[in-house]
Design a protein around this ligand. Sequence first.
Ligand SMILES: Cc1ncc(COP(=O)(O)O)c(C=O)c1O
Length: 436
Amino acid sequence: MYRNSVTMQASRRTFLKQGATALIGSLAFQYRAEASLPSLPHNKGIVEPFDEPYWQLVRQQFPLSRDFIYLNNGTMGPSPYPVIEAVRKGMMECDQFGSYGGWAATSGKLGKFLGAHEDEIALTHNVTDGINIACWGLPLKKGDEVILTTHEHVGNALPWLNRRKLHGIVIKVFTPASTAEETLNRITALWTKKTRAVAVPHIPCTQGQILPVKEICTWAKEKGLYAVIDGAHGPGMLPVDLHDMGCDTYASCCHKWMLGPKGTGFLYVRKDFQETLQTYFLGGDSDTGKWNMALDPIPMGDYASSAHRYYGGTQAAGLYKGVDAAIDFIEGIGIENIHNRIKSLGKYVQNQLLTFGDKVELITPTEDRSRCAVNGFRIKGVEYTQFNTLCSENKIRIRSVGENGLNSLRVSTHIYNTKQEIDKLIELVGKSLKGK
Ligand SMILES: Cc1ncc(COP(=O)(O)O)c(C=O)c1O
């Protein structure tokens, strides 16, 4: 009995070992085969948004499975091969040669990409990290008011709600309107003598509306308010110039529209704002290196004279090599070309949804300046969760939006998507409406 079970375990181990070797072998083969694809020609001019031969070449750069249709870039942007390869190489450098550091250089690259200075970029792991650093660092006291939207992601809701709970700040909300002008009116109408900060998303996760952030920041400055923006969906979707935008902080990530490694992000803190925004999260390289626990009194030098004061310690060097590669990938195609492509795909989604008349409610504005790659909608008489299940059954991935009681659906398109993929989604909308 005992011998039998040992033999069985041994043969199971042999089987698993052989199976795993075969699996790793086949994955390695697949990876090698695909990694040897011709690299994307660097583009020097304008690419039309529906120049399909070019965009199909772009599509080939992604390992994203062809077995399903991915319309959920708003949650996570799949990386192309050059990014994955850069991560692998970056990790090998550490693991083969014990090399340490190097990630701070990515701040410079991100700064250049986003119209900011390297001293203004703190590396983080995601948008939530950056929002928390900004939210906790603001010198707010009990009764101070902060303006948010009714369309927040949990990552820009909970930090503020927690400050309300712990410090007694007051939260005021507005619902984004169908035009940028009306949205701005709704924000300014919330102002009181106690308003201290505007903490809105550049682009809400719920329905992808582009808020008039530059006007919002200009108004905030006029009123002496802090402008702290949740930038989860800006970089990589459209050209972003942070100095021109005029915000005090901008929290974003590299794992959505920038198509970078997952778990990478950054927080922009305007240079002149770094003395105002307090830092609570310090470690290696966050200061000028004067501390010494063996002295009495124990000295502490100044904070770093850059946004490095907002983070410290060891970072994932390989992942930041991937961020560098993601920026190169985007710049190789051209951010304007990417923006035009995904905005055109977003418009195509809107036009197709609008063909259903009042049976489908498009909840993203059609105003040109307020729309881009993400659209939200509801189907009359069809539960949003039910439609999402239908999508999953048909191998289409979109997102349900249950937060804030919106009970809607969200479709986000990036450069690797096609009109044909959108048509498949639209067919399902039609199917779900049959007999209604
Ligand atoms: C608008 C918005 N803010 C914040 C976040 C949180 O991002 P992360 O998961 O990178 O922290 C998201 C994620 O989807 C988002 O859409």
